[in-house]
Design a protein. Structure first.
Length: 323
């Protein structure tokens, strides 16, 4: 029987030795609520074939997402643009780290749009690796990909999950002015754990500034962020992070279980497998803070059921406007 090694009301410090947490043992045995179905079926195979033929990357594959079977099986995918090598080294992420040396494929926006057309998607999520090797962090490629999809069909809804672009507000503005319907940027974890979980070039305050900048440019665009749980945060710290997200106008928030990508020292261990009941309580707390839509559960990821999140958030916005 797996021993629970800490309680969510007591924050635990991180030790400097690789893969260890002071005073406790990382959990290893996954609970039954984290079981997912195998990626099979004709729709899954079709998405995989289209992604391969257009030479595209998806965060579903690169980040080892546990929901790939469900999402691809329903004919949706999150496209990862600007290559598959990230200039940052966050300790939760399975994407390859390195130096892309300024290489950019300028044909990628059109290939993404063509793949969207072939798959018949009505809601598209675009994300990317961090590209600190580029002067604009890749913002121009984000913007052109949004425009390429909208030229194809203006009714297609586009969500952009952007990096922080080194804190450059002009880069953020370039993406926002291209016309996405949702702009997301993830704080990833609570304030206290940010220096331990994310790359040293990221910060909680910079992420808040990115999200604030989006709303300053376009008040009508929905903004979104995400938190991973199970890294040693307390409920109080999660609620504090949610309050800070609301303070900069974030409309949609997702919360999910952190899962260690691989059993290797560079990846943080799982400290706790958060129960569905606790996710439910935090979802209720988030709604009480005024978020338009909240997805909170063990297998939730920032792009999980993104189209449904958009529709529900817009319906709640409309209901508030009519009240």
């Amino acid at each position: 029987m797996q021993r629970r090694v800490w309680t969510s009301t007591s924050p635990k410090p991180f030790c400097s030795s690789p893969g260890s947490w002071c005073g406790m043992t990382a959990v290893t045995q996954r609970p039954p609520w984290l079981k997912v179905r195998l990626p099979v079926g004709p729709t899954y195979e079709r998405v995989r074939e289209v992604v391969r033929r257009y030479r595209l990357h998806t965060v579903c594959q690169s980040a080892l997402c546990p929901n790939i079977g469900e999402c691809w099986g329903s004919g949706t995918a999150t496209f990862m643009i600007l290559g598959d090598v990230c200039t940052r080294g966050c300790r939760f992420c399975a994407v390859t780290h390195g130096n892309p040396r300024g290489l950019v494929d300028l044909t990628e926006p059109e290939r993404v749009a063509e793949a969207v057309a072939e798959l018949g998607l009505t809601y598209v999520v675009l994300t990317s690796v961090c590209r600190d090797d580029l002067p604009d962090g890749g913002a121009s490629v984000f913007a052109e990909t949004v425009r390429a999809i909208k030229r194809l069909d203006p009714s297609i809804l586009v969500e952009t999950l952007i990096p922080d672009f080194g804190g450059d507000p002009e880069a953020v503005a370039e993406v926002v002015r291209a016309g996405p319907d949702v702009v997301g940027h993830n704080v990833e974890t609570v304030r206290r754990l940010t220096p331990l979980v994310r790359d040293r070039r990221a910060s909680f305050d910079r992420s808040l500034r990115v999200l604030r900048t989006v709303k300053e440019i376009r008040k009508d665009v929905l903004t979104k962020s995400s938190l991973m749980l199970g890294l040693g945060e307390t409920d109080e710290e999660v609620v504090s992070a949610l309050k800070e997200l609301r303070s900069v106008g974030v409309d949609i928030v997702t919360m999910g279980q952190y899962l260690r990508p691989l059993d290797a020292p560079m990846y943080l261990p799982v400290v706790e497998y958060v129960t569905p009941e606790r996710f439910g309580r935090l979802e209720e707390a988030a709604y009480q803070l005024g978020f338009l839509y909240v997805a909170s559960g063990p297998l939730v990821r920032s792009s999980y059921l993104a189209g449904e999140a958009y529709v529900r958030a817009m319906l709640r916005r409309r209901a508030h406007a009519d009240a």
